[in-house]
Design a protein around this ligand. Sequence first.
Ligand code: MG
Length: 486
Amino acid sequence: MKTSIFKNSVVASFLVCTTISSCSESGQVENVQSSEVVVKPTNFIIIFADDLGYGDLSSFGHPTIRTPNLDRMASEGQKWTNFYVGASVCTPSRAALLTGRLPIRNGMTSRINRVLFPDSKNGLPQTEVTLAEQMKKAGYATAAIGKWHLGHKEEYLPTSHGFDYYYGIPYSNDMDNVIPFRSAGGYFSFWKSEERKDIKTFNVPLMRNTEIIERPANQHTITRRYTEETISFIKANKEKPFFVYLAHNLPHVPLFVSEKFEGTSPRGIYGDVVEEIDFYIGKILDALDENDLTKNTLVVFTSDNGPWLIMNQEGGSAGLLRNGKGSTWEGGMREPTIFWAPGSIKPGIVTDLGSTMDLFTTFSNLIGAPVPDDREMDGVDLGPTLFEGKPSPRNNMFYYRGDWLYAVRVGNYKAHFRTQEPYGPDVVEHETPLLYDLNIDPSEQYDLAHEHPEIIEQIREVVEAHNEKMVKGPDMLKDREGNSSQ
Ligand code: MG
């Protein structure tokens, strides 16, 4: 029997209704609280972890990392198990979240899987519209707290992209002094040295708006300080609508933790770091409660890309997903994601597809800011799923690495047209793509290409339609002094 992968199959609806609420026989979700008046959230907080894997929260199956606050958010809100980022490394993933577009469209990628370095001259182009700029149109107070990594020259910093306020390390927490190790070819062996445990080894700056206020940033206290800044901003703006983009630098290596958490997790220092992040997320929830903001604030938690597996015990885990950061296997781009807004989000586990790129459209619709219509957008509105328990309108996911499309998911099925190890030089082109049913085989172990050639044909049609509308942006990462590197 031939199989179709196109929306909206009863299977897709059924998956939602078994997990969110009750269903009618036709597979549609019934709104069991339809008589209740749902107050949609007016404040938004996005908490973005760095290099945290799909399997690194207790609510996503980690056996020894304890994340009670995130677990509470998952049980009171929606836990999304098929939620994707726009790229498997830091810079393009952040660009995707903030613009609602695949990074290839705005030049925040390149033929190799590059990210911005401290000697990069460029950043997110001004022609892009960010989620913060959308919020500004609707009168929001906006803050970016934490890692930026979309250009650290003044014209690319958060304050030039719609944020009223910025406090954070403008790129990854391993950059600056690590560059010599990298160009000498010894970057990864460096991570076995004791030097990695000293903040002075990493000369990263801490900025307030456009000024450097501390260098090297004391990374032992950075998670706490990002939290304090977030809470201060919330309190100062509680009378008006606010948007906070809180992008933790951790648990990206180097791993630093405060004294209070040092040596406390059975998972070792990586667990200490994740548990500290969780603890301070609890403090943000407490602050919302104390300021009577819980009922109208939506908090989203996710991660920018999968675990950095090459860091061994100091990298995270993608759980049952294959591979990690830098790859287009599921472990690189599927992230543990939670939406929390008590009183408005229908609690449950959502197995439908979603993406960080959807936050732009979803939030824009909630605040009444028109989504730009002069460019291709890659997001959909997840509001009906969040607030009414309806199926997600997203049916596809495109997995790019640099400028190249490596894989495509349509419905349950994912076809890999090319594969490559995160740091392997060899690209393997698959004339007959590898094909996996991700509902049955989330670990991508059992290739179904020869059983379902018709599905591959249907996915090829999706790719063709996608390519027809693809306009690539300029390469904003090419203009780097020194050697280009991963
Ligand atoms: Mg990252």
